[in-house]
Design a protein around this ligand. Structure first.
Ligand SMILES: Nc1ncnc2c1ncn2[C@@H]1O[C@H](COP(=O)(O)OP(=O)(O)OP(=O)(O)O)[C@@H](O)[C@H]1O
Ligand SMILES: [Mg+2]
Length: 401
């Protein structure tokens, strides 16, 4: 059956985000950037191309699900096919059925228990930052048997929610088949769906941190990040081309990466390498990279023999043993360096890892932690390099007269 109706086209960035081929796509977007409309079209297209499929649209409350999801899709279909040749609606159950046997069911996230049970072929979670985490668990489970795709869309709403954490994982490229996209107000203006004077008015009228979250898609610094989100952003620079003055190396343990990070004499990252290799190859890669440059390597546990081995004939190599206390001190040193603008690094996984850090209060005081699902090896390599750079013996210059 050929599609007999015509629906509005998406603007380029909207299309690239929503139609990313990855199975899970997380889109953090400005308000009024077209995420809801775009994903309604996406789920409709999916349902149309796959006969007898079950698709879900999930939104925070019944009211939002009904008005922002169900009624909008029904209105679009009514415009495109007023005789209802290829679709019909069930207003009491919030279901839209297509002539090919597929259905799009609109569900409320506020009662996650009702979200289990069915095998779902494609799903959208709208306003994800306002949906409870259990609703994501439920939707995820319904997609398992079918291996169906999912679009997770919403505005930013602080950093303490599951959608923010998942977005950071996707952005860091740490999750297979999971992509991250961002649509800002500027993208929506360029795409012709939002007026720039409206954005300017919002900027004047809203508190800065609210405007930044809703329009610029920048998480507000809710005081939960020990490095400071503004300080992290201010430290972003392209990779330096200068020679390394110090290296920091975090060794892979079980599931994470080995990261070799070099800082130049001004504190700017000039070398960044992240890899997974066996110990022999790791040792060789480190040895050939660091040469005689002062280096600090994580020597905890399995790292100990590697560091000992590398230290043979290399007085420039220092080990660092991680304990709860030494780790905290190391990270506090990094936080101070970032806040004093003494260290700069390229955008990418390093920024994402830094932004994910949080304070945690423990019996013995405050601790910096990365969420359990996030890697922190880039941050550790950076902290080790900063420590090693600070540890270098002062060089004395004598002027001979
Ligand atoms: N590709 C497009 N072509 C034309 N109009 C569009 C397009 N995408 C979105 N719009 C229009 O832009 C407006 C905002 O779209 P939508 O509600 O999908 O944005 P949103 O990002 O979900 O906003 P919110 O923050 O309110 O959830 C709507 O009037 C919609 O019809
Ligand atoms: Mg919306």
């Amino acid at each position: 059956m050929q599609a007999a109706i015509e629906l509005p086209p998406l603007y380029r960035k909207q299309h690239d985000a929503i139609c990313d081929p990855a199975r899970f796509v997380i889109i953090e977007a400005s308000t009024k950037s077209g995420k809801t409309v775009g994903c309604l079209l996406w789920v409709l297209e999916f349902a149309w191309n796959r006969p007898n499929s079950v698709c879900w649209w999930v939104a925070p409350t019944f009211e939002v699900t009904k008005t922002v999801g169900f009624e909008r899709l029904a209105a679009m279909l009514r415009d495109a096919d007023p005789e209802k040749r290829i679709w019909e609606e069930n207003t009491s159950r919030l279901v839209i059925k297509l002539a090919n046997g597929s259905k799009v069911a609109f569900k409320s996230a506020d009662n996650p228990d009702t979200l289990y049970g069915e095998d779902v072929h494609a799903a959208v979670i709208d306003e994800a930052t306002r949906c409870p985490e259990e609703s994501w668990h439920a939707v995820r489970s319904t997609l398992s048997a079918t291996r169906g795709p999912c679009r997770i869309i919403g505005n930013l709403k602080g950093r303490k929610n599951w959608a923010y954490r998942l977005a950071r994982l996707a952005e860091a490229g740490a999750e297979p088949d999971c992509a991250y996209h961002k649509l800002t107000a500027a993208d929506a203006v360029a795409g012709g769906v939002l007026a720039s004077d409206e954005v300017e008015a919002a900027k004047r009228q809203l508190p800065d941190h609210v405007f930044r979250e809703l329009y610029l898609v920048e998480a507000s610094d809710d005081g939960g990040n020990p490095f400071g989100l503004d300080a992290i952003r201010a430290a972003i620079r392209p990779l330096s081309t200068a020679e390394p003055a110090a290296f920091g190396i975090d060794l892979a343990k079980t599931t994470d990466w080995t990261v070799i990070l070099g800082l130049d004499a001004t504190g700017t990252v000039c070398y960044l390498d992240r890899f997974r290799l066996d110990w022999q190859a790791t040792r060789e890669r480190i040895a050939s990279t660091i040469g005689k440059v002062p280096t600090m390597i994580d020597s905890t546990g399995v790292g100990d023999p590697i560091v000992e081995d590398l230290q043979r004939g290399r007085p420039n190599v220092e080990g660092f043993k991680f304990t709860a206390t030494s780790r905290q001190q190391l990270l506090e040193g990094l936080a101070a360096a970032i806040q004093r603008s003494e260290v700069r690094f390229p955008d990418g996984f390093l920024r994402v890892e830094l932004e994910a850090f949080e304070w945690e209060s423990t019996r013995t005081g405050v601790r910096y932690t990365a969420p359990a699902s996030m890697h922190d090896d880039g941050v550790m390599a950076l902290a080790l390099a900063v420590r090693r750079a600070a540890n270098r013996p002062a060089t004395f210059r004598f002027r001979v007269i």
